[in-house]
Design a binder for this molecule. Structure first.
Ligand code: GTP
Ligand code: MG
Length: 351
């Protein structure tokens, strides 16, 4: 801890300068970065997802780089396995994070899934802003995509899964019935980015704890079948490891995935990440954030993010030798509080 404090104190001035340089650099990039997420047909989705995340200049080699990337070797293997197992399933359930419905959709998966009937499960709704979730649900509906809201922690919305899956498989089910296959199981592959709740969903719907879950990305390491019965229907669910894609199309996507815990914390700089989160808060300061740290919306819009972070550290008594605010500890705490919705139920991306 002493080492961390020393390092922290020595770096604060440098960080301040680096951060303000980076902010200036990014101002113009952010304009170009504005995403226009307007998918009209499911067929062309993956291409659109890529196109709509406009690529920005690669700054990954610059000193102030926060271009987050995480694509360990096992994800390449997982993609291959998903591709080969797709022929075994009738439908795919793509689990996304209700707080970041754009960034939590892996364009590579969308491409792999192709025309396979698919349901989108907007999970972690308990952490997202309810009115934004409603807008997303309407948005997906307008695109002809079946999407349901889920909170796998409490089980809210779980009962809608079977009816949604039956809906997208209605043609196939009619064919099976005409052939007298009345009790045929529905085979569904569960896919999504890491840590989004795929295994938790399987445990919740099967009322067991057979699938391993943990609050960190990369827990499930291989495809695994689970057989269950729900709402009088036999279902075979295939749990898969979370997959990201080899190169995020822009800086924002990496940040969103890091804010929500889909990317390993080891590959990110907590302070830079917390400062970026504070920047997002500037647009519309969350009420609970203001209350928790004795800040007003006016403070938040006028103060530089680093000053806000310092005031958060002071408010929590997080100081290093010499009375300087411990911005590293405050950053870790802030990200943790965002992830657990202690700063309120916040959705970072709107349709
Ligand atoms: N608040 C909240 N937490 C959830 C929800 N669903 C899952 N979680 C938590 O999210 C964390 C990750 O869940 P997992 O089920 O392991 O996620 P996964 O998608 O299987 O992750 P990988 O196997 O690593 O790809 C766990 O701590 C879960 O308790 C939800 O709806 N709400
Ligand atoms: Mg898992």
């Amino acid at each position: 801890m002493a080492n961390t404090n020393k390092k922290n104190s020595g770096n604060i001035k440098g960080k301040r300068e680096r951060y303000s340089n980076k902010q200036n650099q990014n101002k113009s990039k952010n304009k170009n970065n504005k995403r226009n997420y307007d998918v009209k047909a499911q067929r062309m989705e993956s291409k659109r997802i890529r196109r709509e995340r406009k690529p920005v200049e690669d700054n990954s080699k610059s000193e102030n780089s926060q271009y987050i990337q995480w694509f360990p070797g096992h994800m390449t293997k997982t993609k291959r396995k998903i591709q080969s197992d797709l022929k075994l399933v009738d439908a795919v359930a793509e689990i996304i994070d209700a707080r970041i419905p754009v960034s939590s959709r892996n364009p590579d998966l969308t491409e792999l899934i192709g025309n396979k009937p698919r349901v989108i499960l907007m999970n972690k709704c308990d952490l997202a802003d309810p009115s934004s979730t409603k807008k997303w649900k309407e948005y997906f509906k307008s695109c002809g995509i079946r999407a349901i809201e889920l909170d796998c922690k409490s089980g809210v919305g779980i009962n809608n899964f079977v009816s949604a899956t039956k809906d997208v498989l209605s043609d196939k089910i009619a064919v099976w019935q005409s052939k007298g296959m009345v009790n045929r199981s529905l085979r569904v592959m569960i896919v999504g980015i890491p840590n989004v709740g795929k295994s938790t969903f399987i445990n919740r719907i099967s009322k067991t704890s057979k699938a391993k879950t943990e609050d960190r990305p990369g827990v499930t390491r291989g495809n695994q079948w689970f057989t269950l019965s729900s709402g009088g229907v036999n279902i075979d669910l295939l749990d898969t490891p979370g997959v990201l894609w080899p190169r995020f199309d822009d800086r924002v996507t990496g940040e969103m995935l890091a804010f929500t815990g889909a990317v390993k914390d080891d590959v990110t700089d907590s302070e830079m990440l917390a400062l970026r989160l504070i920047e997002y808060f500037k647009e519309s300061p969350p009420k609970i954030f203001c209350e928790r740290f004795d800040l007003t919306p006016e403070n938040i819009s006028s103060m530089p993010p680093l000053e806000i972070l310092e005031s958060v550290a002071k408010k929590r008594g997080m100081l290093i030798s010499g009375g300087e605010p411990d911005t590293l500890r405050a950053s870790v705490m802030l990200l943790d509080e965002f992830r657990s919705a202690k700063l309120g139920r916040l959705t970072l991306e709107l349709p």
